[in-house]
Ligand binder design. Structure first.
Ligand SMILES: [Zn+2]
Length: 119
């Protein structure tokens, strides 16, 4: 998976198509990412006691109600926004030699850009 936590991505599908946001969480295991403030779903939560809170004497309660939270979306529905050219792009991996070590860097695949994503 080429998308990592902290990347700026653009959403390609769904109701937030075209919007951009930061990746809060990358889940390579199920090929999904959670993007800040995008793909928001309403969760209807039941009030429940906070785990381990009873040790502190009085029990704390997580309030119930309708809570907005970002839902994970498939990585195939997002594209990384290149920090250099500011466009949504595909990502390539290049091997660069750095201090006698081989390093894999993520690069922008736009023909006229080709800059590294991580700097
Ligand atoms: Zn670029």
């Amino acid at each position: 998976m080429k998308v990592r936590k902290g990347d700026l991505v653009q959403i390609l599908a769904g109701k937030d198509r075209g919007k951009q946001g930061r990746v809060l969480e990358a889940r390579p295991r199920d090929n999904r990412v959670v993007v800040e403030n995008l793909n928001i779903v309403k969760r209807h939560m039941r009030p429940r006691p906070l785990r381990d809170s009873s040790r502190m004497g009085q029990q704390q309660i997580v309030p119930g109600g309708v809570i907005d939270k970002p839902a994970p979306l498939p990585v195939s529905n997002v594209m990384i926004v290149c920090p250099t050219c500011k466009r949504a792009t595909r990502i390539g991996i290049e091997i660069r030699a750095a201090k006698g070590e081989e390093k894999r860097v993520r690069v922008c695949r736009r023909a006229d850009c080709g800059q590294e994503i991580d700097k």
